[in-house]
Design a protein around this ligand. Sequence first.
Ligand code: UDP
Ligand code: MG
Length: 315
Amino acid sequence: MPTVYLVVPCYNEEDVLPETVKRLTEKMTAMIADGLADKDSRMLFVDDGSRDSTWELIENFSKENTLVGGLKLSHNRGHQNALLAGLMSAKEHCDCAISLDADLQDDIGVLDQFVEKFNEGCQVVYGVRSSRRTDTAFKRSTARSYYKFMKALGVEIVYDHADYRLMGKQALDALAEYKEVNLFLRGIVPLIGFRSDYVYYERHERFAGKSKYPLSKMLRFALDGVTSFSVKPLRIISNIGMIICCMSIIGLIYGLISFLTGSSVAGWTSLICSIWFLGGLQMFCIGIVGVYVGKIYSETKHRPRFIIEKEIIND
Ligand code: UDP
Ligand code: MG
């Protein structure tokens, strides 16, 4: 029987925590009773520097409920880093860890299937959404094009899989070797390898509280995914640059011919247009190169990705 840890990142989740703890406790108790999980199995709530009473709630729950463990980050480091902190701490105690969101949007009914696949020898089990019915049309279409775009850039990510996944101890040890600061777990986990499988589930609406991923954060996350895993944008830029060079040579030849035949005077409009166009394009290119330079900068600093302030794990 494996020791299963549920890793739950929480950022200002006081509205959902009591219900989440209740539902997960019921589920875990059932799994332990059914012989799917060892009695040392735990839920590990990672407080990602919340400003509300999230940590106090976790602390209080851990006093009356031995299944509840907590990890408090000293500062808000974002979903991915909070998850990593939880997984790295869980790996010292568990055989496998399952990450899930605090709002229980991901159906916890399939937790059994995750563990069964682990028992069959999978080190990584991806939770994949069977439909996107609960999403807005906007989110659905942008998500779909994003997966396609990533694939075109040669990044291996699992379609319609977010961060609902099981990782065995071995996979977690391997994950610990990835020292990058710009963390995009969905891209890293497939790189780790090992035997893997999928579990399909329905995603529900958030039952309380607000999404902690506004559009701006989501865009940053999406861009991070691209620039952390692919250098193709750089190549595309240099290709565009080359094409524009060729075009400008053609334009120059055309201008020379029309000048020699005396048919026209070079126009001010076309001149000013090209200055603006090239200026804009160059700035755009420099901007993208800058993103990569920024990444190199943050990677070379080797800053810690999280700092654990407190840890509770009941025996
Ligand atoms: N989260 C976090 N740190 C952050 C933002 C979010 O730990 O800076 C957690 C949040 O508490 C939740 C999970 O990440 O458990 C997913 O966030 P949310 O449900 O708001 O995202 P959505 O489901 O809307 O994409
Ligand atoms: Mg959510």
